[in-house]
Ligand binder design. Structure first.
Ligand code: ADP
Length: 588
């Protein structure tokens, strides 16, 4: 039921009750007033009748005369109650009229008092008000119909009812007017509140109305302001958390108590290998018992870390209790495990490389220390020790170079250099070995070729490649260095006619300590790091390196150095800084 209907109904009910009470009060008051007035009138009339009787005897004709021209009925009753005259009853019917001695008003009058009664008359069949006065001859009784009084009361009641009805209509109309005004004002407030509830947080009533309703509207506006701020803060925080959640390197998923994925980040989906996994059970995503066990333990309320395999990956699975469910964190340990392997291999390789020269040093140093060696022998032993130490020195130098390039502490500084001159400089610095073995160097083109490259790195690359070529080239053969300028930069290739490298080894010779024939390499003073250093130096300058080799025909190692970009050129380090030990090219 709507508010205005409720108010209307309450008003109508209140008015109806008020009307009933009022009409009951008026009715009672009117009746008693009319009764008192009628009794007074009747008493006056009775006294007039007594006076009119005078000394006459009671008779029917006397009663008729006394009542003539009035609405009063006059009854004359003897001392024994016999009706001797009645203005309403013809004389011939009088003998059949019942004795009135026990009528209440007659009884009082016979006892010497005024008697009053009201009842329907048996004689004239009307409701009458009787008043009897004592008389020396008996009782004089006057009476009249109460019908008029009753009709006055009824009329008054009718007027009251009409008045009440009109008041009711008026009040009803007014109540409708007031409630409609109220409903209109409340309707605006309600619409605003409903719009805010439906999500339109910008909706306001902006009421300027005074009083309670205006205050209510403004309170709702204030409340909406507050909600809007809180929701905006909440959304911002949620966006931050979402971004954080998505950008995490570790896979993260929220599970419910049935191991159903409620939410998962990009990394988690990447590990699973599927995008839309929300709503799926963990069992349908992972076959690994460890992952499911971690979820079980976490759902049971405990923290757990387990290692699991998924395809090629090694995962660290952490389960954390979260609400009724769990948080599952997957950390990819593959790269870490690989690095651990590389480190292990590296340490093993370095130890192995150092072991042989160290054994040599100890083997020759011990007899010298014991004094068991003659001067000639001591000198030969010393040379062997020196040779082993040089080998260790070369190894340590190469390792330091590699480490400097790999840790990124070295940056190439491009400068203009003469390629042919650089090749000749390196060739001249090599041990006199090539010359002894009658190996010739051919540089193509013979003319000066200028190129942009980091001078120290360029010399180091040439040194490592020419050393290799000279090491494997047969006696009396030719080593060709061909340099050419291309649109993208400089390309240099060094060709020997040595034994060549079998195809299976060609890609791997750039790995650290990888050798096709380890014994021969070591014997010839190789560290197994030369090509690895070349590759790093070339890549650091944005170039590329490769090998073309035919078994028995020879080997060509080529590398490119692109034209330095403007950005690189502008970042050229000043000479003073470039020559500081940290910035210096490795091995130069
Ligand atoms: P090393 O110090 O042993 O020469 P490198 O990294 O320079 O180490 O070379 C790795 C391996 O590649 C060598 O051990 C050798 O087996 C092979 N190699 C490199 N250059 C040549 C070449 N010009 N001819 C034949 N084999 C070569």
């Amino acid at each position: 039921m709507r508010l205005n209907q409720k108010i209307g109904l309450i008003l109508v009910a209140a008015l109806a009750v008020a009307f009933l009470i009022l009409s009951w009060l008026v009715d009672a008051r009117l009746r008693s007033g009319i009764d008192a007035a009628s009794r007074d009138q009747l008493r006056d009339a009775a006294q007039l009748v007594v006076h009119g009787i005078g000394r006459q005897a009671f008779s029917d004709s006397l009663a008729d005369r006394l009542a003539a021209g009035t609405a009063i009925r006059v009854t004359l009753i003897g001392r024994d109650g016999t009706v001797l005259g009645d203005s309403e009853v013809p004389a011939q019917r009088l003998p059949s009229v019942e004795n009135h001695a026990d009528r209440p008003e007659v009884r009082s009058a016979l006892a010497g008092r005024e008697g009053v009664a009201s009842r329907p008359s048996q004689t004239v069949s009307l409701k009458l008000l009787y008043l009897a006065l004592p008389h020396p001859l008996g009782v004089v009784r006057v009476s009249r119909s109460t019908g008029e009084q009753t009709s006055i009361v009824a009329r008054t009641r009718g007027i009251l009812a009409v008045g009440a009805l009109l008041t009711l209509l008026l009040v009803f109309g007014l109540s409708r007017l007031v409630t409609n005004m109220l409903a209109r004002a409340l309707g605006g407030i309600r619409e605003t509140a409903e719009a805010i509830t439906a999500g339109d947080l910008s909706r306001r009533s902006r009421s300027t109305e005074p009083g309670e309703l205006g205050a209510l509207s403004r309170s709702i506006d204030d409340m909406a302001d507050r909600i809007e701020t809180v929701v905006a803060d909440f959304r911002r925080e949620k966006a931050d958390l979402d971004a954080l959640f998505e950008s995490l390197e570790d896979g993260l998923a929220v599970l419910d108590d049935q191991q159903v994925v409620l939410r998962a980040n990009r990394a988690f989906k990447e590990i699973v290998g599927r995008g839309d996994i929300e709503g799926e059970r963990l069992t349908s995503l992972f076959r690994s018992a460890e992952v499911r066990r971690a979820a079980d333990v976490a759902i049971a309320g405990n923290h757990v870390d387990l290692e699991a395999q998924r395809r090629e990956r090694t995962l660290l699975v952490s389960g954390l209790p979260h609400g009724n469910g769990a948080l599952l964190v997957l950390r990819d340990l593959t790269a870490l495990r690989h690095l651990e392997g590389v480190r292990r291999d590296f340490v093993a390789n370095v130890s192995h490389e150092l072991k042989t020269p160290l054994t040599t040093v100890m083997g020759f140093a011990e007899p010298i220390a014991d004094g068991n060696v003659g001067p000639d022998e001591a000198s030969a032993f010393g040379r062997r020790i020196l040779h082993a130490a040089q080998r260790m020195r070369r190894l340590v130098d190469d390792l330091l170079d590699l480490s400097r390039i790999e840790t990124g502490s070295w940056r190439p500084v491009p400068e203009e250099l003469d390629v042919g001159a650089a090749v000749r400089e390196v060739w001249a610095s090599l041990a006199s070995g090539p010359e002894r073995r009658r190996i010739r160097l051919v540089i193509e083109p013979e003319e000066t070729l200028l190129a942009q490259a980091d001078a120290g790195a360029f010399l180091q690359i040439l040194r490592n490649l020419l050393e290799n070529a000279a090491r494997y080239a047969p006696d009396g053969s030719e080593i060709e260095v061909r340099a050419e300028k291309e649109a993208s930069g400089l390309r240099v290739q060094i060709t020997d006619s040595g034994p060549g490298i079998p195809p299976v080894h060609q890609e791997r010779v750039f790995e650290r300590f990888y050798r096709v024939d380890p014994a021969r390499s070591r014997e010839q003073g190789g560290t197994g790091l030369g090509l690895s250093i070349v590759k790093h130096l070339v890549k650091a300058q944005g170039g590329d390196v490769g090998i073309v080799s035919d078994i028995g025909a020879g080997t060509t190692v080529w590398f490119t150095i692109p034209v330095p970009s403007k950005a690189t050129a502008t970042t050229v380090v000043p000479k003073t800084e470039a020559t500081s030990p940290e910035e210096e090219a490795p091995g130069v």
